[in-house]
Ligand binder design. Structure first.
Ligand code: TNX
Length: 498
C-alpha cells in the first residue's frame, strides 16, 4: 500500500492509515515513557529524546511508565507478539499520545525513525526552532522485506576519521539501514591496526589516493565505531580484501609477496594488479592473525573476505584459497561473506556471496544459490553510489555508466537475477567507493539522494513501491538534509520544493 502522499516517510511503511483529528503536538511538558526494567528500551527513549531536544528545546525527560498506564506523551512499549519480527513496529498517533510498540527494542529504534520523519523538517536543525511540532494522526504497521540492508564505505582509497564514519552511520540509520560494511584494506591503504603486524598501519596506512596523509583506526577507534553503530542497531561487517587489492600489505611485509620484494606504496586508482603469495605458509599465518584479531573486535556474525578482481591469481589456486580463508573465518567463529567471484569456490552453507559485477555472467552466483548460499545484491548499475549521476557530476567514476536517482530506486531484488528469487536474497547494499571522494560532503553528495532509494528497495514491499510517488516523497527529504547540513545532488528527476 502506498502511504498517502502527504506522508513522506522513506522507506514506505507496510501499511499506513490516516486517522481523524489533528494528531499529536509535542510540547514543553511531553515526556517519553518506557517500561520499567528494560534498559534497552530506555536507551531508545534517550536516543529519541536526544534527537528531539536539539530543535524543540524541550526537556523531554525519559521516565519509567507508571504503574497504572499513563496515557499522555510518547510511549515506547514492547509486546510479546512476535508477528512484527525483530525490526517491525506499530506506531499509533492520537491527540493524546504517540504509542510505539515493537517486539524488540530494535523495532522501536526503527519506528523512532518513522516518528522523526513525521515531524516537520526543522526537527533536524541543531539549534532551537519555532514549532509547532505536530505529528499527523496515523496508525502504521511496518516491517522490513529483507534482513540485510547495508551501506558500504570505502575507507581505504581515502581515509575517513572515526567522527566522519559516525556521521555516515547517523545518516544511514535515518533510513532504517542495519549493516555498515567497512572496506578496511586495499592497494592504497591498510586502515585497521593488527597487533602482530604493526607495519600494516604504521607504513601501509600512511597514504591514500592522490598521496594524502591516509590514516588508520586503532583497535579502540574501531571498537568505538562498532559501539556507535550497535547503539543504532547497525551491524558492522569489516572487510579485509584478499587475495587481490593488497599492495599496502605487500609494501609493509614483503614476505607476503611471491618475489619477496616490497612494492612502493600506491596512490593511483587502478585495480587488480596485486596478490598475496598463495603458496607461502606465512600468508596463512598472516590471515589467521588478521582475521582472528578482527573477529575478536567484531560482535557481528560476518567477516568480509573480499575476493574481487584477483586478476593475477590462477583460477584453480583462487578457489582453493577462498575455501581456506573461509575455514579460517569459521575457526574464529564468524561467517564469511565474499564478492561474487568467491562463488567459484566450494562455499560453506553459512557463507554469503555479494553480487556486484553486472558485466560478468552470474552463473557462479546461481550455482551457489542452488547449494543454499544466500546473496547480498549490490548491482553496480543500481547501487554504486560512487558512479556519476550524469556526465556533469563533479565527483565519481563512470565505468558502469551513469546512475541517476531513478536507476538506484526502480528495481526489484527478487527479479534482478534469473534463478535468484526472494528467498535466496539476504538483502541489498549500497556501495560508496572512495577513489574520488575526499570529504564528508563528497560522501554525502554521492549518497544523497540515491541512498534512501536503496533503503526503500531493501525495506518496503514491492507492491508499496512506485517511482512517481517515491520521487515526491523524496523531494520532501530535501529540507531535512538542508536542516542537517547534508550536501546532496539536486537531481532534475525529483520535484524539490522551491
Ligand atoms: C569495483 S566492486 C571494485 C572496487 C572499486 C569500484 C569502483 C568491487 C568488488 N571492486 O575495487 O572501488 O569498482 O567503482
Amino acid at each position: 500500500m502506498q502511504p498517502p502522499v502527504d506522508l513522506t516517510v522513506i522507506p514506505a511503511p507496510t501499511s499506513v492509515h490516516r486517522a481523524e483529528g489533528a494528531g499529536f503536538a509535542l510540547a514543553r511538558s511531553t515526556r517519553i515513557l518506557t517500561p520499567p526494567g528494560s534498559p534497552a528500551v530506555a536507551r531508545v527513549g534517550v536516543y529519541l529524546a536526544g534527537l528531539l531536544r536539539r530543535s524543540t528545546g524541550y526537556p523531554l525527560p525519559v521516565a519509567g511508565a507508571g504503574g497504572q498506564r499513563e496515557r499522555g506523551g510518547i510511549l515506547l512499549e514492547t509486546t510479546p507478539d512476535g508477528q512484527l519480527g525483530d525490526e517491525g513496529y506499530e506506531l499509533e498517533v492520537t491527540g493524546g499520545a504517540v504509542t510505539l510498540r515493537a517486539h524488540r527494542p530494535e523495532g522501536l529504534f526503527r519506528g523512532a525513525q518513522t516518528l522523526r520523519q513525521l515531524l516537520p523538517a526543522t526537527i533536524e536543525e541543531s539549534t532551537v526552532q519555532k514549532g509547532p511540532w505536530r505529528v499527523p494522526a496515523v496508525r502504521i504497521v511496518d516491517r522490513p522485506r529483507f534482513a540485510w540492508r547495508g551501506a558500504a564505505l570505502d575507507v581505504a582509497r581515502h581515509f575517513f576519521s572515526v567522527d566522519e564514519v559516525k556521521r555516515y552511520i547517523d545518516l544511514i540509520s535515518l533510513y532504517k539501514l542495519n549493516v555498515l560494511h567497512l572496506h578496511l584494506t586495499d592497494d592504497q591503504g591498510w586502515r585497521i591496526a593488527v597487533d602482530g603486524w604493526p607495519k600494516l598501519t604504521s607504513h601501509g596506512g600512511r597514504t591514500q589516493v592522490g598521496g594524502g596523509r591516509g590514516g588508520f583506526y586503532t583497535k579502540h577507534d574501531y571498537s568505538s565505531i562498532v559501539r556507535y553503530a550497535q547503539d543504532r542497531y547497525i551491524t558492522v561487517v569489516p572487510e579485509i580484501d584478499v587475495p587481490g587489492h593488497v599492495n599496502a600489505a605487500l609494501s609493509s611485509y614483503p614476505e607476503l609477496n611471491c618475489d619477496g620484494l616490497a612494492p612502493e606504496l600506491y596512490t593511483g586508482m587502478s585495480v587488480g594488479f596485486t596478490s598475496l603469495c598463495l603458496d607461502k605458509p606465512v600468508t596463512y599465518r598472516f590471515l589467521d592473525d588478521v582475521i582472528g584479531e578482527l573477529a575478536a573486535l567484531t560482535p557481528g556474525p560476518f567477516l568480509h573476505i573480499g575476493g574481487d578482481e584477483a586478476k593475477t591469481v590462477p583460477e584453480g589456486n583462487y578457489a582453493t584459497f577462498v575455501e581456506r580463508v573461509q575455514r579460517i573465518v569459521r575457526a574464529h567463529g564468524k561467517r564469511a561473506i565474499g564478492w561474487q567471484e568467491t562463488a567459484s569456490a566450494e562455499l560453506l552453507p553459512s557463507s554469503v556471496v555479494q553480487y556486484w559485477d553486472i558485466g560478468s555472467a552470474p552463473d557462479g552466483v546461481r550455482k551457489a544459490v542452488e547449494r543454499g548460499t544466500k546473496v547480498v545484491l549490490s548491482p553496480a548499475s543500481k547501487v554504486y553510489l560512487d558512479m556519476k549521476y550524469d556526465a556533469g557530476t563533479r565527483l565519481g567514476l563512470e565505468w558502469v555508466g551513469h546512475v541517476e536517482v531513478h536507476e538506484a530506486y526502480d528495481w526489484d531484488p527478487a527479479k534482478l537475477l534469473h534463478g535468484v528469487g526472494e528467498a535466496d536474497v539476504l538483502g541489498v547494499e549500497a556501495q560508496l567507493w572512495s577513489e574520488t571522494l575526499r570529504s564528508v560532503s563528497d560522501m554525502e553528495f554521492m549518497a544523497f539522494p540515491r541512498l534512501p532509494g536503496v533503503a526503500e528497495v531493501g525495506w518496503s514491499s514491492a507492491s508499496s513501491r512506485d517511482w512517481d510517488r517515491y520521487r515526491r516523497r523524496l523531494a520532501a527529504q530535501g529540507p531535512r538534509w538542508s536542516a542537517m547540513a547534508v550536501d546532496y545532488h539536486r537531481s532534475p528527476q525529483v520535484p524539490w520544493p522551491k
